[in-house]
Write a protein that binds this ligand. Structure first.
Ligand code: NAP
Ligand code: MG
Length: 486
C-alpha cells in the first residue's frame, strides 16, 4: 500500500456470491452408521444466518441414547473393518474426501459463510482449501506411520470423540477427522450448536466417498451432547477445541480413566512490532491478525505491542487502514469483516467494549463504517494506551478488538507478552533475524509468526502452552495423540 492510498475507502458495487448452487436441506438428522437417522430425543433446534437472523435449517439435538448409538457404531466399525484395513487402503478413502471437498469447495464456502457469518473471501480462500489440504496431508501419512515413529510399533486407539467450536467449522472438523482416520481410529464428531451445516455437508461427502458405515459419525446438539460423548465408556480418545472453561470441565470428567486427551483452548496473542520493522507490512499484519474472521480466532493477534518511538506512526497508519475496512454482508466478495457468529457472542464483545471504556482506555472505531441494520455486526475497534492490568488485555474477547501497549526494550516486551494465562500464538515484526530467534525462544506460545501472521499449513503443528491447552494438531506431531507406541 502506498502512502497516498492509505485511508482511502473505495466505493465498490455490491458483488454477492451466488447461493443458488448451495444445496441445503430444511432439516438435518444425525449421521450415524453411514445413514442420516432420526434423533431418539425427537428434538431439534433452528440454525440461523447470523448476518440476517433468518432460519436456515432445523438441526437434530442428540441425547445420551443418540450418543451411545453413534459411539457404538464407531466401535463396531473400528473392530470390524477399520483397524484391520491397511494404511494404503485407509489413505484411498481420505484422499477421496480431500478431492470431493475440493470439487465442492464453492458450495462449502457459501454454506460456511451463510451459517458462520465469515466473509466469503475467507471461507473461499482459506477455510475450505485448508480443510482439503489437511485431508490430503494426512492421507499421505496413513501408509507411512512406521516412518513417522521409527523403531516403534504403532497402534490405533479405537473411538475418538471430537468436539469443535464455531469459528472454523469445516477446518476444525478436518483437523480432527483426518489424523484420526489416517492412524486407524474411528470418529464421532460434534460441531458447535451454531455452525453445524458444513459438518453435515461433510457427512454427505463421507457417504458419497463410500466410507465403511460407522467409521465417521457426525452428531449435532449442545453442550450436554458433547459431555455425553466425553463420558461414554467406549471412547478411547477425546479431542476438544473450544473454551478454556469447557476444556477444564472435560479434563476433570475424564480424570482417572485411560482416555487420551488433547485440548486446544483460548488465546490472547501478543503481536510485537519493533522500530526496525517494515511498518506498512506490519500494519497489514496487525489488521489481518485481529480483524481476520471477525477476531473469532483463538490465535488472533489481540494484544499489540509497539516499540515506543514508532507508536504514533503505527497507530496513525492503523487508524487510516481501519477507515478502509468494509464490514457487512459476508457473502459479498469485497467484505473484509463479516457477521459476529451469534447474538450471545456479540453481547459478550459489546460488554468488553464497555469494560475497556470504563477502564479509562481511549477507544477508536472507524467513522467511515456503518453496520447493517439486521444481523450481528461489530465495528473493528482499538483500545489505545492499554496496560497489563486491564481486563481487556487479560481476558479473551474473541472479537475484532485490539488493545495497544507500548514498550522500550526486548526484555520488557517478552515479560509483558508472556504475563498472561494463555500461550497459543504470537507475532513479531523486525528486520533482524537475531531478534526473531531471541524472542521466539523466550515466548511461551505454541506458534510464533515472524513478519507475517495467521499463516497455516497442514505440515506445521499447532497448539498451546498454559491455559491454551496441550497436545498438537497438524504435521507429524498431530499423529501422536491418536496412537499408542509400543
Ligand atoms: P465452547 O463453548 O467451549 O464450545 C466448544 C464445543 O464444545 C462446542 O461444540 C460446544 O457445544 C461443546 N461443549 C460445550 N459444553 C460442553 C461440555 N460440557 N462438554 C463437552 N462439550 C461441550 O467454545 P465456543 O464458544 O464454541 O468457542 C470459542 C472458544 O474456543 C474460544 O475460547 C476460543 O479461543 C476457543 N478456540 C480454540 C481453538 C484452538 O485451536 N486452540 C480454536 C478455535 C476456538 P455447543 O456449541 O453446543 O455449546
Ligand atoms: Mg457454547
Amino acid at each position: 500500500m502506498t502512502k497516498e492510498n492509505i485511508g482511502l475507502k473505495w466505493e465498490y458495487a455490491p458483488s454477492p456470491e451466488a447461493t443458488d448452487h448451495a444445496k441445503i436441506n430444511k432439516q438435518y438428522e444425525l449421521f450415524i452408521n453411514g445413514k442420516f437417522t432420526k434423533p431418539n430425543s425427537k428434538k431439534c433446534y433452528n440454525t440461523i444466518n447470523p448476518a440476517t437472523e433468518e432460519v436456515i435449517a432445523k438441526i437434530a439435538d442428540a441425547n445420551e441414547k443418540d450418543v451411545d448409538l453413534a459411539v457404538t457404531s464407531a466401535k463396531t466399525a473400528y473392530d470390524k473393518y477399520w483397524k484391520k484395513l491397511s494404511g494404503a487402503e485407509r489413505a484411498k478413502y481420505i484422499f477421496r474426501i480431500a478431492r470431493v471437498i475440493q470439487e465442492r469447495s464453492r458450495e462449502l464456502a457459501v454454506i460456511e459463510s451463510l451459517n458462520g457469518g465469515k466473509a466469503i473471501r475467507e471461507s473461499r480462500d482459506f477455510d475450505i482449501p485448508t480443510a482439503a489440504n489437511h485431508f490430503f496431508y494426512y492421507a499421505g501419512w496413513a501408509d507411512k506411520l512406521e516412518y513417522a515413529f521409527p523403531n516403534k510399533k504403532v497402534q490405533s486407539l479405537g473411538v475418538a470423540a471430537q468436539i469443535i467450536p464455531w469459528n472454523f467449522p469445516l477446518l476444525m472438523a478436518a483437523w480432527k477427522i483426518a489424523p484420526a482416520l489416517a492412524t486407524g481410529n474411528t470418529v464421532v464428531l460434534k460441531p458447535a450448536e451454531s455452525t453445524p451445516l458444513t459438518a453435515l455437508k461433510l457427512a454427505e461427502i463421507i457417504q458419497d466417498c463410500d466410507l465403511p458405515p460407522g467409521v465417521v459419525n457426525i452428531i449435532t446438539g449442545f453442550g450436554a451432547t458433547g459431555a455425553a460423548m466425553v463420558n461414554h465408556p467406549m471412547v478411547s480418545k477425546v479431542a476438544f477445541t473450544g473454551s478454556t472453561d469447557v476444556g477444564k470441565l472435560i479434563q476433570k470428567s475424564i480424570a482417572g480413566t485411560t482416555k487420551k486427551l488433547t485440548l486446544e483452548l483460548g488465546g490472547k496473542a501478543a503481536n510485537i512490532v519493533f522500530d526496525d520493522a517494515p511498518i506498512n507490512q506490519a500494519v497489514e499484519g496487525i489488521v489481518n491478525g485481529i480483524f481476520f474472521n471477525q477476531g473469532h480466532v483463538c490465535c488472533a493477534g489481540s494484544r499489540l505491542f509497539v516499540q515506543e518511538n514508532i507508536a504514533e506512526e503505527v497507530i496513525s497508519k492503523l487508524k487510516a487502514r481501519m477507515q478502509t475496512l468494509l464490514v457487512g454482508n459476508p457473502l459479498d466478495k469485497n467484505t473484509d469483516i463479516g457477521a459476529i457468529n451469534s447474538k450471545e457472542q456479540l453481547d459478550k464483545i459489546n460488554n468488553y467494549l464497555k469494560i475497556g471504556v470504563n477502564e479509562g482506555l481511549e477507544i477508536y472505531q472507524s467513522d467511515n463504517c456503518s453496520l447493517p441494520k439486521k444481523g450481528f455486526f461489530c465495528k473493528p475497534t482499538l483500545f489505545i494506551g492499554a496496560a497489563q492490568s486491564n481486563r481487556v488485555v487479560q481476558e479473551e474477547i474473541f472479537g475484532p478488538v485490539l488493545t495497544i501497549q507500548t514498550f522500550r526494550t526486548i526484555e520488557e516486551v517478552i515479560e509483558k507478552a508472556n504475563n498472561i494465562p494463555y500461550g497459543l500464538s504470537a507475532g513479531v515484526w523486525t528486520d533482524k533475524g537475531s531478534k526473531i530467534f531471541n524472542l521466539t525462544s523466550k515466548m511461551r506460545a505454541g506458534v510464533v509468526w515472524a513478519n507475517t501472521y495467521n499463516k497455516f499449513d497442514p505440515t506445521s503443528p499447532f497448539g498451546g502452552y498454559k491455559e491454551s491447552g496441550f497436545g498438537r494438531e497438524g504435521g507429524l506431531h498431530g499423529l501422536a495423540p491418536y496412537v499408542n507406541l509400543i
